[in-house]
Design a protein. Sequence first.
Length: 209
Amino acid sequence: MKSLHRFRFFLRSRNALLAVVLAGASLSPAPRIEAASIYSYSLDTTALSGTSGSLVFDLIDGDGAIDNTVTVSALATNGTFSDPSGFILTDLLLLNTVFRDLTLGTFLGFTLEFTENFDPLGAFPDSLAVSLLNAARTTSLVTTTDPFGLNALLAVEPGVTAIESYAGTLTATQPPTMSVPDSGSSLALLAVAIVGLIAFFRRRNVSVA
């Protein structure tokens, strides 16, 4: 009988603990969904006029969720793009890359629109970087203030950090609208669940020896 009583006590205790765990998981704030941001970018390339290169856009999926897109449009130069059409990047893979080969003139520009989503359950935020590389795409044609030493023209972690320009001019057409989910009510409900669990154990103040 003592063994049966101990087993029943274990089952009820396990179920109560499971209820609290599930409450915490279900009441956790949902991933932040931010409004799309739009920026115009321009770079003086006079010193590189006549040089062949490649404009490279890299979108890295850090949080493991397919939740961000990057739209590139209005590619412009008084040199020549091999393909001046715009495109859309989505974080379907770990690394998502699109490049546009060109012969540089005295300026380079484009418009960048990207969503600002971040799933906090992921290990890292997504990241977007734009670089101007040589025709072989092995080294950068410009030296920038990129703190990681990769000479990116600009970079951003959507929904986490503000976009930064390491060379050229970046103008916000539509800056991000940040919104943080309200977790106050979720925490309150979780606290109620924990208090209920404590009361359960007090009521079950029995010997299991």
